[in-house]
Write a protein that binds this ligand. Structure first.
Ligand SMILES: [Zn+2]
Length: 282
C-alpha cells in the first residue's frame, strides 16, 4: 500500500468535494426551476399573467351570412357574355400592378400565435369601398406606415372607370379587415391582438363615387364598368382558389366591431348577372 503524502490526499478530497458540489448545483439548476414553475402554474396568481394556451380563443357570435348570390345557369344575356369574355381575355393587359410598401401587408401564416395549423390560403372574398378616390388609396398603400393602426391594403382596387389595380398578389396577406370573422372562423396570428379573416381572405375594393366621400349610409353607387371588372376578377379568384359564391361577403358583415358599413349602396343583382354570364354561378 502506497501512502499518499498529506497534501496529495487533501487535494484528492478537495477534487471529490468540488465534483459533488458541481453535481448538486446541476441538479438544483435543473430541478428547482421546474418545481417553481409547477408551483406557479398551480397557483391562482398565474391566471393574471399570460398562461400558455394551446388553442386560440373563438370569435364572438355574429349575424348569419346569407349570400344574396344564387345559383343561375339560364337567362343569361349573350351580349353581356361577349362583353365580359372580351374583358376576361384582355385582363392581364388591363391590370395595373403596384409595388406597395411592405409595412402595409404580411405573409399568410400556416400556424396561428398558439402554434395551431390555421387556414392560410384564399377561401373568402371581402368586398370594400375606398371612400376617397383611387389615387388616395394607392398613395396610402405605397406609403410606409410604422404604426400598426395605419397599415392597410387590399389585393385589388377597381376604379370608377373599371380600371383594375392589383395592389397585392393573392399569395400575400392584405391588411383589409381588423377585428373580424366569417362563419365562426378567424385566425389569431398575434396573441396580443384580436383575430381576423385576413389570413384566409382576399380583399377587393371599389372606388367610391364622388358623392360618397362622407359617412352617409348611401351614395349613387358603382358604375357598370366597375361591376364588369369586379366580376371578371372575382370569377378568376373563384376558379383559381375554388371559392364558392357564398364566400363572397362584405366588410360590413365580417367586421366584429360593427363600425364598417362598406361597400355602401352595393347592387348584388348587378354582380349576380355578371357572375352568371361568366359561368361561375352554375
Ligand atoms: Zn372596408
Amino acid at each position: 500500500m502506497v501512502r499518499l503524502p498529506f497534501s496529495a490526499a487533501g487535494s484528492q478530497q478537495r477534487q471529490i468535494l468540488i465534483c459533488l458540489a458541481a453535481l448538486a448545483a446541476l441538479l438544483l439548476a435543473g430541478v428547482l426551476p421546474l418545481a417553481l414553475l409547477r408551483l406557479w402554474q398551480s397557483s391562482p396568481l398565474s391566471d393574471r399573467t399570460t398562461p400558455p394556451r394551446s388553442l386560440a380563443p373563438a370569435p364572438p357570435a355574429q349575424a348569419i351570412w346569407r349570400s344574396p348570390l344564387r345559383r343561375q345557369c339560364h337567362a343569361i344575356d349573350p351580349a353581356l357574355v361577349q362583353r365580359l369574355r372580351h374583358l376576361q381575355h384582355t385582363l392581364p393587359q388591363h391590370t395595373r400592378r403596384l409595388r406597395i410598401d411592405p409595412s402595409n401587408y404580411g405573409s399568410r401564416h400556416p400556424r396561428d400565435a398558439y402554434g395551431q395549423p390555421v387556414a392560410h390560403t384564399p377561401q373568402l372574398v371581402v368586398l370594400h369601398e375606398t371612400v376617397y378616390g383611387l389615387n388616395s388609396a394607392i398613395n396610402t398603400f405605397t406609403t410606409h406606415h410604422p404604426n400598426d393602426a395605419d397599415q392597410v391594403s387590399y389585393h385589388t382596387l377597381i376604379g370608377e372607370k373599371g380600371q383594375i389595380v392589383q395592389a397585392l398578389d393573392p399569395s400575400h396577406r392584405a391588411f383589409g379587415a381588423g377585428y373580424s370573422a366569417f362563419r365562426g372562423r378567424w385566425a389569431v396570428t398575434n396573441a396580443a391582438m384580436a383575430g381576423s379573416v385576413n389570413n384566409f381572405a382576399l380583399h377587393l375594393s371599389l372606388e367610391t363615387p364622388l358623392d360618397g366621400e362622407d359617412s352617409d349610409p348611401h351614395h349613387s353607387g358603382y358604375s357598370s364598368a366597375q361591376y364588369d371588372a369586379m366580376a371578371v376578377v372575382l370569377a378568376d379568384w373563384m376558379r383559381r382558389f375554388d371559392i364558392p359564391a357564398d364566400h363572397i361577403t362584405t366588410h360590413r358583415h365580417v367586421d366584429l366591431g360593427l363600425e364598417r358599413a362598406d361597400p355602401r349602396s352595393f347592387n348584388w343583382q348587378a354582380l349576380q348577372v355578371r357572375l352568371a354570364a361568366l359561368g361561375v354561378l352554375c
